[in-house]
Structures are given as structure tokens and as C-alpha cells.
Design a protein around this ligand. Structure first.
Ligand SMILES: *Cc1c(COP(=O)(O)O)cnc(C)c1O
Length: 449
């Protein structure tokens, strides 16, 4: 079986995610035969370094022997069981460990299948909490400009990336959008911390005016990943937690992308020393193996639903595959690796190497910003370095970077004009250097005229 036969068969039956399928008239789709660590290999023997962890999910490489083994054992014991009225050892242990690892006070877990559906859970739970508490006027949410929380109708409603959202606007819930603490917009000479701190003011004004009608503020801690990897200082989260308490509104931290070490700490919220009312986890949760997500919340939330059945205060939300044992087992194996290999500490060396290679982009005439938060580095291309004038999106220069990368053995998948590194944690220093060299050449190629 060669690449070409598979491409033909694929295009005759498949509709791919987040893709204008007509692009594939000229842009070949890439059939992958196998994965091994940071590498993906196609049917012609070409290898691609997975610099984006296959859409930010992979933690410890493809076909990780330790996760493979754990899954094989799980498969022999229990593949799935209904989670209403029943339970299993894997999910109990996973819940206990997540409660221990996440910020203090998050004592209850509610499982789902993917990031978007877990966002829906958090939104519904927050709304329903206020109803159970007698606050019936709380029917809307506050979000942050340029945020992303997934693609289902509710999750899309609380996001703010026009490319994904605009066309569906007539279908969406109303939200109130606060400006982002994104430090790309800071004034010259201003520190990140000062900028992010002062951006709490417009948020406070919104809360002051609208808290009676708002269930929660939803935010991506520290990095707005799908919003072009824009970053901000932890001070904003600390101040936001205080403001939410002051105005009696929940705080939902969407750590779907930034959780599990991406920002340098196990969870991004740790850097602000806060406990949200709801923490949403997915992507890295299973090490990139299986779809699974979880919402962690407080006893305070849980207790507001706990009553005699006739009072109808229960959270009657479910998905068929909730708490799937195979997904939970992959998650436990992933947590084992974090613990046994002291991953958060060991990643500090990789973070330093990423910092070093990122410096080489600073002086490039068509790079207007280089930023890093832990294991995430973003390099923003632009037309004019001084004025920060952007390239017209229609020029699709990011696509040129993508194509150049593939030709030279690196899977980069720019967001518009932003190239980023978000690699699996098993990447070596030499592989980081190779990835950065190819990215630099790719930027030269994409900006040469
Ligand atoms: C990817 C993502 C989601 C949605 O998760 P899916 O599993 O793709 O539905 C939600 N929030 C953030 C911050 C994400 O990056």
C-alpha cells in the first residue's frame, strides 16, 4: 500500500476536520503508517517530527511503550461499563489522583469525552448551580476577547475567534466579552505584568454592571492557544479570581490545552495560585491516546445539587461513553510517567533549550513577536517589523511554512501567521534545534517576497 492509493481512497469518502477540502486538489493529504516517539512516518518512509503534538494532545510520544502496556492490560480486564449506577477501579483511582494534583478545593470530578463537551458541562453546571441557589436571573457568561473553548454550540458561543464563530452567530448564546490581557498589545516600555494587571479594570467594570445576569467568567489560563498562542501574565488570573469572588460570579478555567505541563507547571492556574470553581481538562489528559475529558469542581458546587430526588436539583447530564475505562487507564499511565520521571522538573531543561533557539528568530526582518510560556513557543510573522503590520491572511504564508516544514521533516501547523512549537515532552535538545532550524528556513521561504 503506497501513499497514493490511500490518498485517493481517503478523498473519495472522508471529510476532514477544520479543512477546506478543495485545498486537497493541490495540497496532498498525508497518510501516516506509524508513530514512534516524536516521529510520524508515512508509507513512503518519510518521517515528520511532530512539533505540534498532533493538535496539542500528545505528551510522551507516539506509541509510548508504557501507555501501550497499560492499555493492553486494561483491555483484558474491562473495556467499558455504564457510569450511572456503576463504577470501576480505574476511574476511582484517576479521580483521586486528579483531586490531589489540581489546586486545593477541587474535590469532585465529572467526566466527559472531549474538550468541547466538558466546556458544555462546566457552563451547564454553573448555570444550574445558581438556579439551585435561587439566583434565577443568571443566564449569561463573560468571556475574554480572542478566546477559544471548542466547537459545539455552547463552547463556540463562549469563544471569540471570528474564523470559527462568525458564520454561526445567529445560533449562539449571548455572551459579554472583556478585552484580553494578551501582552502583544502592551505599550512600549510597559512590563507584561503591568499590562495584564491593568487589563483587569475593564473586566471589573463589566462585572460591576452585569454580575446579576452572569453565571461565570470563562478563561484560558496564561495562553490563548487557538487565538494564535497569545500569552499573558499570571497576575491577571489572581486579580480575576478576586473579582469573581467580589461580584459573586464563578470562574471557569479552561485548561484543555494548557494543562499537564504545557506552561511549565502541571496546571497553569498554579502560577496564579488560584482555585477556579471549575477546571476543565482534556487533550493531554490521556497522553494523546484517547478522547477523554473531565471537569473538576468544588464541594460547594456539588452540595448545591445534592438533595432528595423529588426536588429535581440533580445534574441530569450524560454521554454514552462517560468515564470509559480505556481512556481512564491511558490517563493513569500518563500521570504515572509525570510522577516516575519527574517530568515537570526535567522539562525545565527543554524549556531552556526552547528559549535559546527562539532567540534566533528575534532579529528576523519578518518576525514581529517571539513569545514563550513554558513548553510553548510562538513566532509571529509580519510584513513590517517596526509598525507590526500584518500580512494579509489571504496570502496564506503560514501554509507555505507548513509545506516547507513537511518537505524538510517537521510537522509545523501555523495558526495564520503564527508559527509555534508545542512538542511532546520526549523531544531531545538536538531535535529542538532541528525543529527550530527548519522553522527558520521555512519563515525565510514564506517571507522572501
Ligand atoms: C481544543 C480546545 C478545546 C476543545 O477541545 P476538543 O477536544 O477539541 O473539543 C477547548 N478549549 C481549549 C482551550 C482548547 O484548546
Amino acid at each position: 500500500m503506497g501513499n497514493n492509493t490511500l490518498i485517493e481512497r481517503d478523498l473519495s469518502v472522508l471529510w476532514h476536520p477544520c479543512t477546506q477540502m478543495k485545498d486537497h486538489e493541490t495540497l496532498p493529504i498525508i497518510p501516516i503508517k506509524k508513530g514512534d516517539g516524536v516521529w510520524l512516518e508515512d508509507f513512503d518512509g518519510n518521517r515528520y517530527l511532530d512539533a505540534i503534538s498532533s493538535w496539542w494532545v500528545n505528551m510522551f510520544g507516539h506509541c509510548n511503550p508504557r501507555i501501550n502496556k497499560a492499555l493492553q492490560q486494561q483491555m483484558e480486564t474491562l473495556e467499558h461499563v455504564i457510569l450511572a449506577g456503576f463504577t470501576h477501579e480505574t476511574i476511582v483511582e484517576l479521580s483521586e489522583r486528579l483531586v490531589k494534583l489540581t489546586p486545593p478545593g477541587l474535590n469532585k470530578t465529572f467526566f466527559s469525552d472531549n474538550g468541547s463537551s466538558a466546556i458544555e458541562v462546566a457552563l451547564k453546571m454553573s448555570f444550574h448551580y445558581w438556579v439551585n441557589k435561587g439566583h434565577k436571573g443568571k443566564t449569561t457568561f463573560i468571556n475574554i476577547a480572542n478566546s477559544y473553548h471548542g466547537e459545539t454550540i455552547g463552547a463556540l458561543s463562549v469563544g471569540d475567534v471570528a474564523l470559527y464563530k462568525e458564520i454561526y452567530e445567529p445560533l449562539l448564546l449571548k455572551t459579554i466579552t472583556a478585552p484580553s490581557p494578551d501582552c502583544f498589545n502592551k505599550e512600549e516600555g510597559e512590563t507584561d505584568k503591568d499590562y495584564s494587571a491593568r487589563m483587569i479594570e475593564p473586566m471589573r467594570e463589566i462585572l460591576q454592571k452585569h454580575s446579576e445576569e452572569c453565571c461565570a467568567v470563562i478563561i484560558e489560563p496564561l495562553v490563548q492557544c487557538a487565538g494564535n498562542m497569545r500569552m499573558y501574565d499570571p497576575i491577571y488570573l489572581t486579580l480575576l479570581r478576586e473579582a469573581c469572588d467580589e461580584f459573586n460570579v464563578h470562574l471557569i478555567c479552561d485548561e484543555v490545552a494548557v494543562g499537564f505541563g504545557r506552561t511549565g507547571t502541571l496546571f497553569a492556574s498554579e502560577q496564579a495560585d488560584i482555585t477556579p470553581d471549575f477546571m476543565v481538562l482534556s487533550k493531554g489528559l490521556t497522553g494523546g491516546y484517547l478522547p477523554l475529558s473531565v471537569v473538576l469542581t468544588t464541594d460547594e458546587t456539588y452540595d448545591a445539587f445534592y438533595d432528595d430526588y423529588e426536588n429535581l436539583t440533580a445534574f441530569l447530564h450524560s454521554h454514552s461513553y462517560t468515564g470509559n475505562p480505556l481512556g481512564c487507564r491511558a490517563a493513569l499511565a500518563t500521570l504515572d510517567i509525570f510522577q516516575e520521571d519527574d517530568v515537570i522538573v526535567k522539562n525545565q531543561a527543554l524549556i531552556k533549550t526552547l528559549h535559546e533557539v527562539s532567540q534566533e528568530f528575534l532579529n528576523h526582518p519578518h518576525v514581529i513577536d517571539v513569545r514563550q510560556r513554558g513548553m510553548i513557543v510562538a513566532i509571529e510573522m509580519g510584513k513590517n517589523k517596526k509598525t507590526r503590520e500584518e500580512y494579509d491572511w489571504k496570502e496564506r504564508r503560514g501554509l507555505l511554512v507548513y509545506q516547507y516544514g513537511l518537505k524538510h521533516g517537521v510537522l509545523l501547523r501555523p495558526l495564520g501567521n503564527v508559527i509555534y512549537f508545542l512538542p511532546p515532552y520526549v523531544i531531545t535538545e538536538d531535535q529542538i534545534k532541528m525543529m527550530a532550524r527548519v522553522a527558520l528556513e521555512a519563515i525565510n521561504f514564506a517571507t522572501k517576497d
